[in-house]
Each structure stands twice: as structure tokens, then as C-alpha cells.
Design a protein around this ligand. Structure first.
Ligand code: 3H9
Length: 700
């Protein structure tokens, strides 16, 4: 722990330095100390003005999220902000790094703000299911007007120092050393106050309220756009910002406080907090504590299809040298075109500048000869999902890579141990399962083989983090974490399909649960043929006693491969990407039910959701029990970041604790008795029940 807040007087200015590494979160002890330091500055005769700044890498990034859900400790952040604002001597806030949430609210409570040119300022509370609760909804719009304030609070995205200056959130950008400029300015302001001026308080500002019509228009637009919002915080943010115009400051603050507490106590906020910490927990794996990552500066990508091109693009953006290998010139040219397109789109969207793209492309070396990989530190194979093809690439890599270089595969199902065994260096082999599109999706499953060296695992984690991804450790099994749960999800959906639900009812129920798309919409998008080929490959090893639904096979036999053929579970007219329900599909399903002697029964949306969730949870518990995933939180992160599980529900394992393991187990056991082995409760659930523990207790 740092010193929390230090006090130093420089040329008549009290410099209060917040020091609470790593991110200067505003925990109770810090708040107490800052409160005392402000009082001391006020009473210190040697002081005529105050500067609040922070040590370390950033200005405070907000309230300490770990305190949420616990009894509140005085002084509360709003009280601290009010105390700062009430100071009689002027308070200048010097901002560097990221001033977020409560951190920015402290800054807004100060009388004047100066920031480093690289600083970023934001109100990301909405991403945690809450709203700014220390005056942010009242002070921000008084300075900026409704629209910029709402944009910040509803998107949660920070703005640059330049933008903050433009919208009136800060007063100055430092030209030289931030603290020195802040002190010099504070001294001037102190003199002015001594000469009779009053400090400028945000609560008294009217610049942002000057055009009430525009203000109310912005409110109305946002309110309209939020209709049907599933989260409690966004509509309340709009209400509070509206109040900033219409009611006195104190009344607005009271309204904000009530809304904040209500949102903080909501299930959605608890789930979003879980997601926040889970995403940070997954980075903690035993190998990283025990082994040093190897250096990766030069990287090879084999295969320049959609996946390979996406991976190459993110590696270039992260500053790596990339050698891209394809089997012939035509395939290589197609791959290059994909990378260029991705870059062009990044420029169009303002995510990269043209000169940055040129610099990145200069680090790309496209080749058709694998020998060119002799110098790379790590090579990722990203050829199509076929065991023979992947084995052939691995044999080639084994031949050309230098000793100590890492062989990574982007397979989504194949046995990494078998691939490793086919090389002379299984300890250097690892799975790096990227998700499509690789330049967008945050998740990477790091699949650790039985013989993977710990330094290789540590390297994979370090590399994924460097690429801006969230790596999750997975063990070897068919489908690793995510695709195994997806298989269970699809299976249970197929059972319901055969038993009486339509694909459209199932999709609608899962959208209503919070997924952007239902399982059959996703299947149509991905293409039904790939899974069909896989099922055919696995047919010989399938347990004949296992329930097998043939509907997907029948669709494929009818040439319905999904969106790309204009028909799958849905029909896509004239190249449309929005499918329409298709009576032919319903007829095909009906015929199949008749053939199997199944009398269809209705399924309510709630039952569909419950069955899908239970199947995912049970498979997740099996994966945990087998040691494929380290912790329940790791499974949640995979499902949230890779499979569209609604973030505000926290993930299947988080949901399991919410349902309660006892009722969950009872329901699974009943289904197993009535419907068969698919539903047999995972042994881990029984162990936890016997010990009176919950899944979350396994998160450590
Ligand atoms: C709020 O302010 C409410 C108020 O309006 C009203 C109150 C009344 N608290 O992400 P990193 C930890 S709501 C506690 O890996 P990066 C984090 O867990 C808050 N801990 O680093 C990790 O710990 P560990 C609004 C926090 O550089 C370590 O710090 N603010 C908090 O990739 C490093 O974090 C937010 O929502 C916190 N607030 O990213 C900001 N933040 O090492 C949330 C971080 O033990 N934070 N930690 O795993 C972020 O967005 C990122 O952490 C940040 C740094 C961009 C700051």
C-alpha cells in the first residue's frame, strides 16, 4: 500500500498527492485521509491554495470496486467531493493517466482542472451497472451540457484531454511539467482569492445549461434510444442529467444518490462486477508465477485465411514483426488483400492513422516458403480445421523453427497432445485458440498440453496480453472450454427442437435471455456444413445409447448450409442477412418427429432458457471437475467474451450460484431420471453440495 495521501507545502501551495497503487482506487482509508488533508490545507496559514494530484501511473480510476456490496464506510465519496468543492482556498486538480469514475468526480469537485496532454477522462460506471454516484451526473452537465455528458456516462468511454478541453470538462492542458504548472496556477488563483475573488465551483456553473432547448432535446433523444433497455442504470443516468437542468443542485444530488444505491443493489450490477474481476482473475495462472515468459519479437503466421489474416493484423498492431506464410502466390495475395482491408477499415473508423498502417505493413513479410520462419520466436498455424493439414504444417514447423521457438496451433477442437507428439519438441507446443474475427474478439483460449513447458504457457499469456486479448487457460479435451459448452447448448436446443419447439421459438427465447442471436441464427451464420463434417467424422466413436437429433443433418442433406446458401434454419431472400422463418423447415422437423414417434409438446420461453442454462452449467461443472478450466470465473469469461453470453448475467457459473446449487442439482437429477444421461449432474456439483460450498468459492 502507498502512503494514501501525502501533504507538502510548496511556495504557499499545499500539494496533496494521492498514492495508492496500482490505480489509486478511492478506498475508505484514502477518502478519510484526503478529507483530513483538505481540512489541514484550509487551516494552514502558510497555504493560500491547494493542488490535488496523484503519484504513480494514473489519477484515481474510481471508487474501490471491491468495497461495493459491503457496508459503506465514512466518509462517502459524495461527502468528500462536497468538502473539496466547499473549500475556501482554491483547489486545482492536476490529472495524468486516466481519471475515471469517482476519480473524475473528485476532479470535478475541485475548482479548476489541468491535465497532461495524454490524459483520458471518463465515467465508466455504466459498465459496472451503476451510475456516477459522487455528483458526476450533476456537475458534468453543468460544465459540458447534456449531450457530451450523456455520451460519456452512457457509453462509459473516456475522452482525450483535448476533447475534455473542448467540451469544458477541464480548463487547461499542461504544456510542460504538469505538477509545476498546476502549482504556479494555484498560486495565482490563491492571490486572486485573497484579493476578494471566490473559487469557481462546478455546482454554480451554468455554461452547460445555457441552452435549455438543446439540453432537453438531447435528453429526449437519449431517452428514446434507450427504450426497451434491459439495464437499470442507463435510464436513470438520463433522469439524473435531466434533473441537473430542472431542479436545485442538492435535489439533483439526492436523486443521484437514490438511483446509485438502487442500481448498486441490482442483480445486473453484481453480475457486471463479477465480469470485471473475472476478466482480471483469468490472467493469474500458476505458470506465470513460476516461469519467465520467453521473448517474442518475431512471429510467424501460417495460413492467411480469415483467421490467419486477422491474427497477423493484431500482431502487427502490437508492434511485432510478422512473417506470413501461404502455400502459393494466389493464396498469399488473397491473404494480403484481407489484411489491407482490415487496415483500411481501421483507418476509416479512426482507429489507426494511415502512417501507422504503413509502418505496420513494413513489418509484414509475406512468403510462400516455410523456410523463412527460421528466425521467428513463435509460429501460429492457422490453416483450416483438418487434422491432416494441421499435422503437415506442424511437421514443417518442427523442421524449420529454431530451437526454443514456440509452435502454436489455432485449432478449436483438435487434440493438442497428439499434434505435439508428432513433433520432436512437444514441450514447445501450445494451443492459441483465437475467435473470429480475430482482430475484434477479445478472447484467446490458451490450451496447455500435457507436456507444454511452463515457460511456453507463460509466453502465450504474455503474448495474448500484449495483443490486447484476454487469455484464459484451458486443458486439452474435445472443444476445450468454450466449444464444449457450446456443444452442450446446441444439443439441448436440438432435443427441444425434436420434442416440439421451433428453431424460431428457441432463438427468440435466448435473445430474450440476453444473447444477441439465438443458437440457430448463429449456426446459419457460421455455416451448417462444418459441424456436419465434424459429426460425420465423429459418428463412428459416438455412443449409440446417446440421444442423437438428425435435424441438422437433414437440412444439410437438403443443401441448406445456412446464410451462404440462402437457406438453413431460416430462409435468406435475395442475399439478405436477416433470415425469415421457413415453413419448409417446420415441415421437415414435423416429418422427423413423426418418423421418430415423437408427439410434439409446447415449450415456454422460460423453460427453453432454463434448459439451455442448465445444460451449459452442468457441462461447465464437468469441465471444472476434469481440471480443463482453472476456476468457474474462467468459464464465465470464455462464455462472455467468446460466445455472446449476456455480460449483465455474469456467465453460466455465476448464474448457477444465483439459482442455488441445491435446486439446480435437484432439477438436473430429475431430468436425468426422466430424460436420460445427458442431464446426469456433474460430480463436482455433488461434491460442492456435500461440503456446503458454492461455485464462487472455487474462484479463490
Ligand atoms: C465509481 O467510481 C463509482 C463512483 O461514481 C461513485 C461511488 C460512490 N477498484 O485493469 P487492470 C485493480 S465506480 C478496485 O489490470 P489496466 C484491478 O482489479 C468505478 N480495484 O490494469 C487490478 O488488480 P489486480 C469506476 C481496481 O492498466 C489492478 O487494479 N471506475 C479498480 O489494464 C490493475 O487493473 C472503473 O470502472 C477499481 N476501481 O487498466 C475503472 N480498477 O492486479 C475500472 C482497477 O489485483 N478499471 N483495479 O488484478 C479499469 O477500467 C482499468 O482497471 C484501468 C487500468 C483502465 C483503470
Amino acid at each position: 500500500m502507498g502512503k494514501l495521501v501525502t501533504y507538502e507545502v510548496r511556495e504557499g501551495v499545499a500539494v496533496l498527492t494521492i498514492d495508492n497503487p496500482p490505480v489509486n482506487a478511492l478506498g475508505a482509508a484514502l477518502r478519510r485521509k484526503l478529507m483530513r488533508r483538505i481540512a489541514r490545507a484550509e487551516g494552514d496559514e502558510a497555504v493560500r491554495a491547494t493542488v490535488i494530484r496523484a503519484a504513480g501511473r494514473t489519477f484515481p480510476v474510481g471508487a474501490d470496486v471491491r468495497e461495493f456490496g459491503q457496508p459503506p464506510k465514512a466518509p462517502l465519496l459524495p461527502e468528500l467531493c462536497d468538502r473539496i468543492e466547499a473549500a475556501q482556498k482554491p483547489v486545482v486538480v492536476a490529472i495524468h493517466g486516466t481519471a475515471l469514475g469517482g476519480g473524475l468526480e473528485i476532479a470535478l469537485a475541485g475548482h479548476y482542472r489541468i491535465a497532461d496532454s495524454g490524459a483520458r477522462l471518463g465515467l465508466p460506471e455504466v459498465l459496472l451497472g451503476i451510475l456516477p454516484g459522487a455528483g458526476g451526473t450533476q456537475r458534468t452537465p453543468r460544465l459540458t451540457g447534456a449531450d457530451p455528458a450523456l455520451e460519456m456516462m452512457l457509453s462509459g468511454r473516456p475522452v482525450s484531454a483535448q476533447r475534455a478541453l473542448e467540451i469544458g470538462l477541464i480548463d487547461r492542458i499542461a504544456e510542460g511539467e504538469l505538477t509545476e504548472e498546476a502549482i504556479a496556477w494555484a498560486r495565482e488563483l490563491g492571490e486572486a482569492v485573497e484579493a476578494g475573488a471566490t473559487p469557481r465551483r462546478s455546482r454554480d456553473q451554468r455554461a452547460g445549461l445555457a441552452d435549455p432547448d438543446a439540453y432537453l432535446r438531447a435528453i429526449a433523444e437519449r431517452r428514446k434510444a434507450l427504450q426497451g433497455s434491459r439495464l437499470p442504470a442507463p435510464p436513470r443516468i438520463v433522469d439524473c442529467v435531466e434533473a441537473a437542468l430542472l431542479v436545485p443542485f442538492e435535489t439533483g444530488l439526492a436523486m443521484e444518490r437514490a438511483a446509485f444505491e438502487e442500481c448498486l443493489a441490482s442483480d445486473e450490477a453484481a453480475a457486471l462486477r463479477h465480469a470485471f474481476f473475472a476478466e482480471r482473475l483469468v490472467a493469474k495462472v500458476p505458470e506465470l508465477a513460476r516461469a519467465e515468459p520467453r521473448e517474442v519479437a518475431r512471429l510467424g503466421v501460417v495460413g492467411a485465411g480469415l483467421m490467419g489474416a486477422g491474427i497477423a493484423t493484431v500482431c502487427l498492431a502490437a508492434g511485432l514483426e510478422v512473417t506470413l506464410v501461404e502455400r502459393d502466390e494466389a493464396a498469399l495475395a488473397a491473404g494480403l488483400e484481407r489484411i489491407e482491408k482490415l487496415h483500411a477499415r481501421a483507418v476509416e473508423k479512426g482507429r489507426a492513422r494511415p502512417e501507422q498502417v504503413a509502418e505496420r505493413m513494413a513489418r509484414l513479410r509475406p512468403v510462400t516458403d516455410m523456410e523463412a520462419l527460421g528466425e521467428v520466436d513463435l509460429a501460429i498455424e492457422a490453416v483450416f480445421e483438418d487434422e491432416q493439414a494441421k499435422r503437415a504444417v506442424f511437421a514443417g514447423l518442427d523442421r524449420v523453427l529454431r530451437p526454443g521457438a514456440i509452435l502454436a496451433t489455432n485449432t478449436s477442437y483438435l487434440d493438442i497432445d497428439a499434434l505435439a507428439a508428432a513433433t520432436s519438441r512437444p514441450e514447445d507446443v501450445i494451443g492459441l485458440h483465437f475467435f473470429s474475427p480475430a482482430h475484434v474478439m477479445k478472447l484467446v483460449e490458451v490450451v496447455v498440453g500435457a507436456r507444454s513447458d511452463e515457460a511456453v504457457t507463460a509466453t502465450a499469456f504474455a503474448l495474448a496480453r500484449r495483443l490486447g486479448k484476454v487469455p484464459v487457460r484451458a486443458g486439452v479435451c474435445d472443444g476445450f472450454i468454450g466449444n464444449r459448452i457450446l456443444t452442450a447448448y446446441r444439443q439441448v436446443a436440438d432435443f427441444m427442437l425434436e420434442d416440439g419447439a421451433s428453431p424460431y421459438e428457441i432463438d427468440a427465447a435466448m435473445r430474450d435471455y440476453g444473447f444477441a442471436l439465438g443458437p440457430y441464427q448463429v449456426a446459419d451464420m457460421a455455416g451448417l456444413d462444418i459441424a456436419w463434417a465434424r459429426r460425420k467424422r465423429l459418428a463412428a466413436s459416438r455412443d449409440p445409447a446417446e440421444r442423437y437429433v438428425r435435424i441438422a443433418d437433414l437440412l444439410c442433406e437438403a443443401g441448406r448450409f445456412g446464410q451462404k446458401t440462402g437457406a438453413g434454419y431460416y430462409r435468406y431472400e435475395g442475399g439478405s442477412r436477416h433470415g425469415a422463418p421457413d415453413p419448409e423447415v417446420l415441415a421437415l422437423i414435423d416429418a422427423e418427429r413423426a418418423e421418430r414417434g415423437i408427439r410434439p409438446r409446447p415449450f415456454s420461453p422460460e423453460e427453453i432458457q432454463r434448459r439451455c442454462l442448465e445444460a451449459m452449467i452442468n457441462e461447465g461443472a464437468r469441465i471444472l471437475g476434469e481440471g480443463i478450466a482453472l476456476r468457474p470465473a474462467d468459464i464465465d469469461v470464455v462464455m462472455l467474451l467468446g460466445y455472446g453470453f449476456p455480460r449483465w448475467r455474469g456467465g453460466p457459473m455465476f448464474e448457477a450460484d444465483r439459482i442455488g446449487l441445491l435446486p439446480l442439482h435437484a432439477e438436473l437429477a430429475r431430468r436425468a431420471r426422466e430424460e436420460g444421461d445427458f442431464w446426469r449432474p456433474a460430480p463436482l456439483l455433488e461434491e460442492l453440495l456435500a461440503d456446503g460450498r458454492r461455485l464462487r468459492d472455487l474462484n479463490g
